[in-house]
Write a protein that binds this ligand. Structure first.
Ligand code: 5GP
Ligand code: ZN
Length: 134
């Protein structure tokens, strides 16, 4: 679903890292200039299916505004962080994995394997998830 779409183009003003929003893969997906299987969009966040899914349900939830990682969140972003988490829970319901259980992962920095410098929550579910993660 795509809602609140027209507001997006003006929300890239704050940089969050070495890469500019203009060159950012997930900013382009948010803007619709690179295709993705979008499952949710509102004025704050966009969620789309991971290109290389690691579980039967693997959705990425990203802020529409470019923020490189959780390390770049400021105090005024507290509401954004809460909305991203609540969106993950809502999408778990929508994807039918809320009852069976799911995992929300935020890889941050090289040792954790963050490969796209735009904050994203992985929503994973639909199978038994091992612990500890690799
Ligand atoms: P990270 O490794 O940074 O935590 O997660 C990045 C995720 O983005 C990976 O799971 C990867 O499969 C996914 N990804 C990379 N490029 C694309 C793309 O162009 N489209 C979609 N839908 N997912 C992507
Ligand atoms: Zn971005």
């Amino acid at each position: 679903m795509r809602t609140g779409y027209s507001a997006l183009s003006t929300q890239h003003s704050r940089g969050g890292g070495a890469i500019s929003a203009q060159d950012c893969l997930f900013c382009k997906i948010v803007a619709g200039s690179i295709p993705a299987q979008v499952v949710w969009q509102d004025a704050t966040a966009t969620a789309f299916r991971d290109l290389n899914p690691q579980a039967p349900v693997h959705v990425l939830i990203v802020p529409n505004r470019h923020v490189a990682s959780i390390g770049d969140l400021a105090a005024e972003d507290d509401a954004l962080g809460g909305e991203l988490l609540r969106t993950a829970a809502q999408l778990a319901e929508q994807e039918g994995i809320a009852a069976s259980g799911y995992r929300v992962v935020i890889n941050t920095g090289p040792a954790a394997g963050q490969s796209v410098a735009h904050l994203h929550l992985h929503l994973l579910g639909g199978r038994r998830l091992g612990w500890p993660p690799g």
